[in-house]
Design a protein around this ligand. Structure first.
Ligand SMILES: N[C@@H](CCC(=O)N[C@@H](CS)C(=O)NCC(=O)O)C(=O)O
Length: 212
């Protein structure tokens, strides 16, 4: 059985956005059985670091294999299910291309832009870079429903998860990107993954409140 590892608890802010949702979402799309387990958020020990070198979440265990990095985890799941990763060579190449683009061309801009903006909101020097990248993506997405292989793939899980962050959505009016994110987040697999993550952290709140 596949095990998705995430934190036992996180503050309110990131709930619904912790990257274990990418793994949950993929597993739900592919109807693959899985369970979710937790590592401590506050005290991250050597056992955690042995499985995620940066002491982050998520990571995955699957039949003796351990893998971290949400992108690598999705590629691993893509090997298990054609629902997630097309098997024809061009479809597979396109999916890989857009997996890397989501992480290395889009998230690589959105995260620094957001972080810099927290300290310099009125003069974010990354504003132009962010606008250019989203304009370029807007042009692509305006022409297609999903990024690769004319169907939903793990590339869309990653791209939609990067783009659905409220600050990123609020950046500018990119109608095709907005519709794309809405389309992706309306999928039953996303809704289930999202609800389950919220429930996971709510359960840990209840546990913390219990008298010891
Ligand atoms: N590149 C990593 C990033 C993982 C990541 O940023 N995880 C966040 C939660 S979504 C985290 O663990 N944050 C706490 C920290 O970095 O200490 C991936 O895609 O898995």
């Amino acid at each position: 059985m596949t095990i998705v590892w995430t934190y036992d608890w996180v503050p309110e802010g990131p709930r619904g956005y912790v990257r274990d949702i990418r793994l949950r979402w993929a597993l739900e799309e592919a109807s693959l059985p899985y369970t979710v387990r937790s590592v401590p958020f506050e005290e991250r020990g050597p056992e955690h670091v042995a499985r995620q070198p940066f002491a982050q979440a998520p990571f995955l265990e699957d039949g003796g294999i351990t893998v971290s990095e949400s992108g690598a985890c999705l590629l691993h799941l893509g090997k298990k299910s054609e629902v997630l990763m097309p098997r024809d060579p061009q479809g597979e190449a396109d999916t890989l291309q857009w997996v890397i683009a989501a992480l290395n061309s889009i998230e690589m801009v959105t995260v620094p832009w957001w972080l810099v903006g927290m300290s310099r909101p009125d003069e974010n020097p990354l504003e132009g870079w962010m606008r250019q990248r989203l304009e370029q993506l807007e042009a692509v997405i305006a022409e297609r429903e999903w990024l690769a292989a004319s169907r939903f793939t793990i590339a869309d899980i990653l791209m939609a998860d990067v783009l659905r962050v409220p600050k990123v959505r609020g950046f500018a009016d990119f109608p095709a990107i907005h519709d794309y994110v809405d389309r992706a987040c309306a999928r039953p697999a996303f809704r289930k993954a999202h609800a389950d993550q919220i429930a996971h952290f709510a359960a840990s709140d209840r546990q913390r409140e219990e008298p010891q």
